[in-house]
Design a protein around this ligand. Structure first.
Ligand SMILES: [Zn+2]
Length: 127
């Protein structure tokens, strides 16, 4: 099941301090959950976008960044409301993952079942 979104879409944190502009020419790509130590706690449905297609248009100063383990991925969140907005991916640093639940006008539950990425056995940790 696919959910149509306009190519240019906005995503906001809960309090609205942080606003992202996303260009999604192919809609919501590769939606997934992940069972790594971070994502299993966060619980968000995440999709991918190339770095050039995500821009922080409001609230750059409000963004916190969290890194752990290999310190490769950068997980951004709103320091006011705590909501995860996006992260620079470890498995593909040329992409951001973003919180599908932050997309304006999109209900992530409309995506139905989304696959679970095996973050416990992260590709970057395999020989
Ligand atoms: Zn916020």
């Amino acid at each position: 099941m696919s959910v149509h979104v306009d190519p240019v879409h906005f995503a906001t944190c809960h309090c609205g301090a942080v606003r992202l502009r996303l260009t999604l020419p192919n809609g919501i790509e590769n939606p997934r959950r992940c069972d790594c130590s971070m994502c299993r706690r966060r619980g968000a449905v995440v999709a991918s976008v190339v770095l050039a297609n995500l821009e922080v248009v409001e609230g750059e100063d409000e963004l916190g960044v969290y890194q752990f383990n290999t310190m490769t991925a950068k997980h951004y969140f709103c320091t006011r409301c705590g909501i995860y907005t996006h992260h620079q991916r470890r498995s593909n640093p040329k992409e951001y993952g973003y919180n599908v639940g932050c997309l304006e006008g999109v209900n992530p539950f409309d995506l139905g079942e989304v696959p679970v990425f095996d973050g416990v056995n992260h590709p970057a940790d395999r020989g």
